[in-house]
Write a protein that binds this ligand. Structure first.
Ligand code: ATP
Ligand code: MG
Length: 420
C-alpha cells in the first residue's frame, strides 16, 4: 500500500466517523460494519468503510446534504458530505431467498438481526469508533471476536441453512479463508461441501467476479486448493481435476489476471500444445471473462507453445517478431516455470538479439506510403512486400532505408512478373 492509498483511507475513515457522529447526535444507533471491522481486527487496511444504522434511508436523506440512493429497497444510501463516499445501510433482516441470490424482501430491523443476516461471523461485527477513542468498542452478537482471535471462518447461525440460502457464500468463504489464512470451522466446511453442486445454479457473472477477486490476490493458490478440497471445482469449471499448484505458486504476487488464468489452466491439466482456442473459450464461458482477458490468455498460451516447441527452428526475424509481441514477457514468465532450461536459452538469445543490428523491434525502413510511391496498389502483395522488407531489416540483410526501398521495389517487380 503506498502513501496515497494510506492517505485516502485515512480520509475515508474520518468521513465514516463523521457520519456515525452526526447520526448519533440525531439520536440514532450507528456503527462501522462488516468488512472494515473485520479488516481492522485482522490487522489489514480496509478498502472501504461502511456504516450501519437504525436511521432509515429517508432520515439519511434529510440529515446529510449530498446523498444518493443505491437500492433504497435494501436500505442503502451513499453519503458524500465529508469528501469521500460512505455507504450507509439501515439495519435489516433479509426475507426469504427464493432465487438463492437476493432476498425477496428486506425488513428494517435491529443491530442483532442485521448481524444475523450476514454470512460469516468475522463479517458480522460492528464497531463504535466514538465510544472510547483509545480502543474502539466492538459490538459482537455472533461470537465473532472469538473466531477473529482463533482465526476461524464460521457461518453465522446454522451453516446448512446459510449455505442453502445463497450458494455464492461457498466461494466467499473460500476467498476469506484463503486471504486471511483462516481455518474453516468443521460444520461450515461440511455444509459448503454438501451444497457444492448447487453453486452451478449461481450466475456466471457472480461466480466470475468472485473468482477474479480470489485469483488476483496473492492467496490464489490457497483458494484453488480449497476449491478442490470442498469439491467446488465441478460446479465452477464443469469438470473435476486435481489442481497442481506448481505453476501458480511460482508466479510473482502482482501479476496480470490473464497470466493467473494460464497458470490455472495448466494447474488443472491443460497441456501446452493442445487446442488453445478451445480451452480459452471454456474459461471465458465459465468465469465470465472479458474478451480482452480471453484474448490475452490465448496469446500467452500460444506464445508459451512457440517458445517451448518451435524456437530453435525459427529465423532471426521470426524470433525478433515473437519476442516483440505484447504478451511475450508473460509467455516467458510461464515458460520459466515449466521449462527453465529452455527459458534460459531464450533469455540468452534475447540479449544478443537486442544487441544485434536494429535491436528487437526497430522502426520499419519501408512504409505503406513508400510502396504507394513505388506504384504498388494496396492488396495481398502489398502486405507481403512490407512484411518481407521488414524481415530483411530484422535479419540485418538491409541496413539503410535506401537499401530497404530497393529491396521492396525488386520484390514487387518479381511478384508482378510471377503473376503474369
Ligand atoms: P470485500 O469487500 O473485501 O470483498 P466485504 O466483507 O466488505 O469484503 P462485501 O461484499 O463488500 O464484502 O459485503 C459487505 C458485508 O455485507 C459483508 O462483510 C457481509 O457482512 C455482508 N454480505 C455480503 N455478501 C453477503 C452474502 N452473500 N450473504 C450474507 N452477507 C453478505
Ligand atoms: Mg466491501
Amino acid at each position: 500500500m503506498n502513501r496515497d492509498d494510506n492517505q485516502s483511507q485515512h480520509s475515508e475513515y474520518i468521513a465514516a466517523v463523521n457520519v456515525v457522529q452526526l447520526l448519533k447526535t440525531k439520536g440514532h444507533i450507528a456503527y462501522l460494519a462488516g468488512g472494515c471491522v473485520r479488516d481492522l481486527l485482522l490487522g489489514i487496511d480496509p478498502k472501504d468503510f461502511d456504516v450501519a444504522t437504525d436511521a432509515t434511508p429517508e432520515n439519511i436523506g434529510q440529515y446529510f446534504k449530498r446523498t444518493a440512493s443505491v437500492g433504497a429497497a435494501f436500505g442503502v444510501m451513499l453519503v458524500r458530505d465529508y469528501g469521500c463516499t460512505i455507504e450507509v445501510a439501515t439495519f435489516r433482516s433479509d426475507g426469504v431467498y427464493s432465487d438463492t441470490r437476493r432476498p425477496d424482501s428486506v425488513q428494517f430491523s435491529s443491530p442483532i438481526e442485521d448481524a444475523q443476516r450476514r454470512d460469516f461471523t468475522i463479517n458480522a461485527l460492528f464497531m463504535d469508533p466514538l465510544e472510547d477513542s483509545n480502543s474502539p468498542k466492538i459490538i459482537d452478537f455472533v461470537e465473532g471476536m472469538i473466531d477473529v482471535e482463533k482465526r476461524v471462518l464460521r457461518a453465522v447461525g446454522d451453516p446448512e441453512a446459510r449455505l442453502r440460502e445463497d450458494h455464492l457464500r461457498a466461494l466467499r468463504g473460500v476467498r476469506f479463508a484463503a486471504k486471511y489464512g483462516l481455518a474453516i470451522e468443521k460444520r461450515t466446511f461440511d455444509s459448503i461441501r454438501n451444497h457444492a453442486s448447487e453453486l452451478s445454479g449461481v450466475s456466471v457473472e457472480r461466480i466470475g467476479e468472485e473468482m477474479r477477486k480470489m485469483l488476483i490476490h496473492s492467496s490464489r493458490t490457497e483458494s484453488c486448493k480449497l476449491i478442490d478440497q470442498l469439491d467446488l471445482d465441478n460446479a465452477i469449471f464443469g469438470d473435476s481435476k486435481q489442481f497442481d499448484p506448481t505453476v501458480m505458486k511460482a508466479l510473482p504476487i502482482e501479476v496480470e489476471y490473464s497470466v493467473v488464468l494460464v497458470a490455472l489452466a495448466i494447474g488443472r491439466g491443460f497441456i501446452i500444445g493442445n487446442d488453445v482456442g478451445k480451452i480459452c473459450s471454456h474459461y471465458r464461458r465459465v468465469l465470465d471473462l472479458s474478451n480482452n482477458d480471453r484474448d490475452s490468455m490465448k496469446a500467452i498460451l500460444i506464445g508459451v507453445g512457440e517458445f517451448n516447441q518451435k524456437w530453435s527452428g525459427l529465423s532471426i526475424a521470426m524470433k525478433k517478431r515473437l519476442l516483440s509481441l505484447e504478451h511475450a514477457v508473460f509467455s516467458l514468465e510461464i515458460l520459466k516455470i515449466l521449462n527453465h532450461e529452455q527459458a534460459q536459452v531464450i533469455f540468452d538469445e534475447r540479449s544478443s538479439l537486442e544487441q544485434s543490428f536494429g535491436g528487437l523491434s526497430p522502426e520499419p525502413f519501408v512504409s505503406g506510403a513508400d510502396l504507394i510511391e513505388l506504384g504498388l496498389k494496396p492488396g495481398p502483395d502489398f502486405k507481403f512486400v512490407l512484411d518481407s522488407s521488414y524481415d530483411a531489416q530484422l535479419e540485418g540483410a538491409v541496413r539503410t532505408k535506401l537499401a530497404a526501398i530497393a529491396f521492396a521495389s525488386q520484390l514487387a517487380k518479381e511478384r508482378a512478373i510471377n503473376e503474369q
